[in-house]
Design a protein around this ligand. Structure first.
Ligand code: 5GP
Length: 207
């Protein structure tokens, strides 16, 4: 067996596009894929602490981490701070694990600047009406944040052109199949890593 560095995948898309459900499902399918747990300054929703969805920090703690450059990327979204802890991501990639980040477009653009090898996937809702319904169906938001989230979602869609792949999330099963296919294909790409392996002794016939 030869060792290869892990691949970094970024999944973004507007609130209500269904990124969370896709990620949850793909993680049950692929043993070679791991989710990066983000830090946030927002207050936990019901059940989130137990599920380990985020590392919950105070705003002050979060800002301290920014100062210490502990984040691969971070962004302020709806008045709360969200960020990807840098260390565990790079460590896992070095160990050959594939990592997925579920982050917004501001964070994705930062990752693009510092880690060009990442693969960027954008999840779209099947229609704007469906998006609106999905945002409304999330009981955890207040009326005001529903509107904010809907309009931010519309804006966020403009960033699609900066991504490598898109998935229209109509039927969850199909969307997960697509992401699965993207991950498999990207892990089979010919890149500098694999070329240096081929030129090394790995495939030399035994004397
Ligand atoms: P929520 O508060 O609904 O869990 O997440 C709000 C938004 O923050 C979602 O679009 C989600 O993808 C994004 N998000 C979650 N974690 C991170 C992160 O570490 N960095 C960035 N930039 N966005 C994040």
């Amino acid at each position: 067996m030869f060792e290869r560095k892990g691949q970094l995948f970024i999944l973004s898309g507007p609130s209500g596009a269904g990124k969370g459900s896709i990620v949850k499902e793909i993680l049950t399918r692929r043993e070679d894929l791991f989710l990066s747990i983000s830090a946030t300054s927002r207050t936990p929703r019901k059940g989130e602490v137990e599920q380990g969805s985020y590392v919950f920090l105070t705003r002050e703690e979060f800002e301290n981490n920014i100062r210490k450059s502990n984040f691969l990327e971070w962004a302020e979204i709806y008045g709360n701070l969200y960020g990807t802890p840098k260390e565990p991501v790079f460590k896992a990639l070095e160990e050959g694990k594939n990592i997925i980040l579920e982050i917004d477009y501001q964070g994705a653009l930062q990752v693009k600047r510092v880690y060009a090898d990442a693969i960027f996937v954008f999840v779209l809702p099947p229609s704007l009406e469906e998006l609106r319904q999905r945002v409304i169906n999330r009981n955890s938001e207040t009326e005001e944040s529903l509107e904010t989230r809907y309009y931010s979602a519309l804006e966020e869609i403009h960033y699609l052109e900066r991504y490598d792949y898109f998935i229209i999330n109509d039927i969850l099963e199909d969307s997960v199949n697509k992401l699965d296919a993207i991950i498999t294909a990207e892990c089979c790409r010919v890149d500098r890593d694999i070329l240096s392996l081929i030129r090394s002794n790995h495939w030399k016939p035994k004397e």
